[in-house]
Every structure is written in structure tokens, then in C-alpha cells.
Design a protein around this ligand. Structure first.
Ligand SMILES: Nc1nc2c(ncn2[C@@H]2O[C@H](COP(=O)(O)OP(=O)(O)OP(=O)(O)O)[C@@H](O)[C@H]2O)c(=O)[nH]1
Ligand SMILES: [Mg+2]
Length: 338
């Protein structure tokens, strides 16, 4: 039976790569609220893996190796690169393209790079919504690559479930390359390029930093509108301890072990209730963001330019505080209230 008569969004959900690509382009470029509402009930199935770390540590190579591993298990994989320097964006050196080639021709793999500019509502929200599209399209694994968490515009920790932080030996001062903040979001630490000299130092340095820091359970830090069930606080013994794995992404060494740790972490997230708690926290934060946007849009619609200028003048003249003006504007939206 031909799919062609079905609505594009249904085709995307049922596996049309062309319609999926179109949907993603739409999400990137414009308001896609109707589409997002339609795919939303189909989300929540995929395993979301975030891969981050300093430039050149081998993130893309690792993504490819993991994707190959999952394909070997007959699982489907979507790869989202949120990184202008990534080989996935096409700025690849020849070697990278050759390594990608077997993935690119595979129907069970979908590779997409994010346009870093011009995303409506910001790159972070576009990324989260594209992950939803990939999720609805039924990919078993969605791997998101971002460069240098912490400085990145995209908060990978609030999008991914299992966060892998990649380090490599011989990148300047071994452990200095890793910022304390990035360790906090790591569920799994990978020392890639384990075939390179300096491996022992890097691993030792990472272990020392892990032992030093109390690893606070990852939280969504944005303000929260609604009371959200507190994240479960696991006792010392049952809490997840981020393992330090060693890989050679270019040969596949250590990839099976890494995949096993990803499974273990996913199991932990589910059994401890952490996955559910994080979902509540991030949805609550997203709702708050949506409310803020919608309210602002309504207020802008209701306030004429002259009126705004008047308010502005009053604030400048120190007659009215911004807070007072804001409340006045808000009252205009809800005239029934006193
Ligand atoms: N020796 C060695 N080289 C590796 C390994 N993994 C990746 N490389 C090489 O390191 C270089 C960078 O690899 P990428 O996978 O592009 O690294 P990346 O972290 O994605 O880089 P950016 O996206 O630019 O930040 C490439 O030339 C890879 O071939 C490894 O395990 N061992
Ligand atoms: Mg890369």
C-alpha cells in the first residue's frame, strides 16, 4: 500500500525519511506547533544519548562507532550533530567522510546536523523538538553530539538521558581540558584515543577529579513554576557512579563495553525513578518558558506603541518601577480581576 496519500506528518512517523527531513527543517525554521502536537504522543520511546567534550576528542568518531554497534544489533539510530565543526555538517575532512560512508547508505541510520543560526525560539528548543521528531519517527537510539558542554548554547544535559563526556590524552594539560562543570553532567566518562600516549595520566586525573567532587544529581536549574516531585535522592551505595571507559573510536575498541554502560545507566534511570523525575522537572521548566512567551506575545499585542513609550518615559522619570508597569500591563490581559 502506498504511503503517498497519508498526511506528511503521519508519513514521517511511519518512517518516511523525506517527510522526517522536511518536518525537521520546519521545526528549525518556523513555528511548528501543530506538527509538534501531533508527534508528541508518539515520543518517549527512544534512548537518548548525549555526547559532548572538547573539540577533536573523537566525539563524531565515537558516535559513528556506537551507531555501527547498534546497527549490528539491528537497532535503528538517529544522529543529531549540534556542532558547526562536526564532520556531519559536511565540513568533513576526507577521512571522516570515508568512515561515515557505510552509515550514510544505511536506511536504519538517519544523520542530521543542526543549523546553528536562525532557529526560532533558540537552538536549544529547536534541538529538543527535533529530538522529539526523531523519537516519534521510531528510532531506537538518538545520539546527540555537541561540542564543549557548558559553553555550548545547547544544554545537552536537559535533552539527553545518558550523557557521555569525551576526553582524550595529549590535549594540552590533560585534565585541565575538562572543566569541573562538564564532569557534573557526565553519566559516563570516556577517554577516547586510548591508543595515544598519556592515557594513564588522563585516566588518573579524571579519577582524582571524580573522587574530589560530590556529584550532585543533575537537575534542571531553570525556575520551576509548579511544585515538582523532588528528584529521588539515592543513597550513597545505590547512586550512579560515572564509570571511566577507554575507547579507540577509530578501531571500535571498547565500544561494546561503552554500549553496555549506556544500557546499565538507562536501567538505573528507570529503576531509580530518576528518569521520571527529570521528565517532570524539564516539562515543568518548558511549560514555564511557553507561558512566558505566550504572555509576552499577548501583552505586546495589547499594548500600543505610544502607550509603551509613555510607560517607558514614566520609568525613566522614576515615577513608576518596571515591576509596577509590568503588573499594570498584565492587568490589561485579565480585566475581570481587580
Ligand atoms: N588515534 C586515534 N585517533 C582518533 C580516535 N578517535 C578519533 N580519532 C581522530 O581524531 C580526529 C578527530 O575526530 P572527530 O571524531 O572528528 O572528533 P570530534 O570530537 O568529533 O571533533 P569536533 O567535532 O571537531 O569537535 C579525527 O582525525 C579522527 O580520525 C582514536 O580513538 N584514536
Ligand atoms: Mg565532531
Amino acid at each position: 500500500v502506498s504511503n503517498v496519500s497519508l498526511p506528511p506528518i503521519v508519513q514521517a512517523i511511519r518512517g518516511s525519511r523525506r517527510q522526517l527531513a522536511r518536518l525537521i527543517t520546519k521545526i528549525e525554521g518556523e513555528q511548528a506547533n501543530a506538527e509538534l502536537a501531533e508527534i508528541y504522543p508518539h515520543t518517549g520511546q527512544a534512548c537518548l544519548v548525549g555526547i559532548t567534550g572538547a573539540p577533536g576528542t573523537g566525539k563524531s568518531s565515537l558516535v559513528s562507532a556506537l551507531a555501527r554497534h547498534y546497527r549490528g544489533l539491528a537497532k535503528t539510530v538517529a544522529i543529531l550533530a549540534v556542532d558547526p565543526t562536526s564532520p556531519f555538517t559536511g565540513g568533513a575532512v576526507l577521512g571522516d567522510r570515508i568512515r561515515m560512508r557505510d552509515l550514510a547508505g544505511d536506511n536504519g541510520v538517519f544523520i542530521r546536523s543542526m543549523a546553528t543560526r536562525g532557529s526560532l525560539g533558540g537552538l536549544a528548543r529547536a534541538t529538543a523538538n527535533i529530538v522529539r521528531a526523531l523519537d516519534a519517527a521510531g528510532f531506537d537510539y538518538i545520539i546527540i553530539e555537541t561540542v564543549g558542554a557548558g559553553q555550548s548554547e545547547v544544554d545537552i544535559a536537559s535533552i539527553g538521558q545518558t550523557i557521555i563526556v569525551v576526553e582524550a590524552p595529549g590535549l594540552g594539560d590533560d585534565v585541565q581540558a575538562i572543566k569541573a562543570g562538564i564532569l557534573e553532567i557526565a553519566d559516563i566518562l570516556v577517554v577516547n584515543k586510548a591508543d595515544r600516549p598519556g592515557l594513564e595520566n588522563t585516566v588518573r586525573g579524571l579519577r582524582a577529579m571524580l573522587d574530589l567532587g560530590h556529584r550532585a544529581e543533575r537537575l534542571i536549574h531553570h525556575g520551576q513554576l509548579m511544585p515538582v516531585a523532588a528528584l529521588p535522592v539515592p543513597d550513597e551505595n545505590s547512586a550512579w557512579q560515572p564509570p571511566i571507559m577507554q575507547t579507540v573510536a577509530t578501531t571500535g575498541q571498547g565500544i561494546t563495553e561503552l554500549a553496555a554502560q549506556i544500557e546499565a545507566h538507562q536501567l538505573y534511570l528507570r529503576q531509580s525513578g530518576t528518569l521520571q523525575a527529570r521528565l517532570q522537572a524539564s516539562l515543568s521548566a518548558e511549560l514555564e518558558e511557553c507561558l512566558r512567551d505566550a504572555l509576552l506575545a499577548q501583552i505586546r499585542q495589547n499594548i500600543r506603541a505610544e502607550e509603551f513609550a509613555e510607560h517607558l518615559a514614566q520609568m525613566v522619570d522614576r515615577q513608576q518601577t518596571p515591576n509596577h508597569v509590568a503588573l499594570q500591563m498584565l492587568r490589561r490581559l485579565t480585566p475581570n480581576q481587580t
